[in-house]
Design a protein. Structure first.
Length: 314
């Protein structure tokens, strides 16, 4: 009975046309007061929040999860269709999702909860939509973190050359073959074993939700657009700059939840962020890896909800 509830209510697909692209999303407790958008990490999808949405919907939260463009069941455009995919594009997607899907039903400030790449997208939204976002919960936050406070300047000729080289490299790099080998050689399960400290949580459902989007014929072209976009994006869309920008106003409370055993983005990165930006709150979860929300959902849900409950906004 429990599995049926999850399938019918939490993972039930809704589709939204965004700039000509099909976007898949799910919701639990849509009529509730507090809107939350859950943003998945690289290679995952809205279904990665399978152990979280019901918890929050039972606590008066309208819990939305969305497949970012290029992931899950959303369209997978390539460079011919969209030119690039990066956190600027994905934050545009979230901005319009708020305006077109959430706002007709709910006028409240939105909470953003992200895992890895989803955390970077949430941070980008917090800077660009500061007055609409009540808080960000990032678990963890990827990207290089630098204390350097140099202002953003126009790209130099060297930077432009590097961007050109990156574009040409990924245009010819055989991503189709690489993705084929990844699915055939069990590399996805190997990657999950690196991401998860508790190996028992790597079940067939998790493997399927990561594998199925990769098997789509459009996955390689979309990955190519991501590689080009994320490798050549402006510095103003990198985490260091975004955090400095957000720190000026401190209008958006920011919680980091970091796994002590995270092999992908080590804990020292989280400590570095909290040290540079004292207004950021860091919570460390012992014996947990890169995907705390799925590896230790009860701990993640409790920490997140206590943070939300104590916000002055509510």
């Amino acid at each position: 009975m429990k599995n049926n509830f999850k399938e019918e209510n939490i993972n039930f697909p809704n589709y939204w046309n965004w700039n000509g692209f099909k976007i898949c999303w799910s919701v639990s407790g849509e009529e509730n007061k507090i809107p939350i958008i859950f943003l998945h990490g690289f290679g995952a999808s809205r279904k990665h929040w399978r152990n979280n949405l019901e918890y929050f919907s039972k606590r008066n939260c309208a819990s939305y999860s969305i497949d970012l463009l290029g992931f899950g069941e959303s369209d997978q455009p390539g460079i011919r269709q969209i030119r690039k995919l990066d956190n600027e594009i994905w934050s545009d997607q979230v901005k319009d999702f708020i305006a077109q899907v959430i706002r007709p039903k709910n006028s409240g400030k939105v909470i953003l909860i992200g895992n890895s790449l989803g955390s970077l997208v949430a941070l980008t939204c917090a800077v660009r939509l500061e007055d609409q976002i009540s808080t960000v919960i990032a678990s963890p936050l990827p990207d290089q973190i630098q204390e350097n406070k140099k202002s953003i300047t126009k790209k130099s000729l060297l930077n432009k050359f590097q961007d050109r080289f990156i574009r040409i490299f990924f245009m010819f790099f055989p991503l189709e073959i690489i993705l084929f080998l990844i699915t055939k050689l069990g590399i996805i399960k190997l990657g999950l074993n690196s991401a998860y400290f508790k190996k028992d949580n790597i079940d067939r459902e998790l493997i399927d939700l990561v594998t199925k989007p990769v098997l789509r014929r459009t996955s390689a072209r979309s990955l190519r657009a991501m590689c080009i976009g994320m490798s050549s994006r402006d510095k103003k869309f990198q985490a260091s700059y975004l955090l400095r920008k957000l720190s000026v106003s401190k209008k958006v409370p920011f919680l980091l939840i970091w796994g002590e055993k995270d092999n992908f983005i080590p804990l020292f990165v989280g400590k570095k962020i909290a040290n540079f930006h004292r207004w950021v709150k860091l919570k460390i979860v012992s014996n947990s890896g890169h995907c705390i929300h799925d590896e230790d959902p009860s701990v993640f849900n409790r920490i997140s909800y206590e943070w939300i409950r104590d916000l002055k906004t509510f």
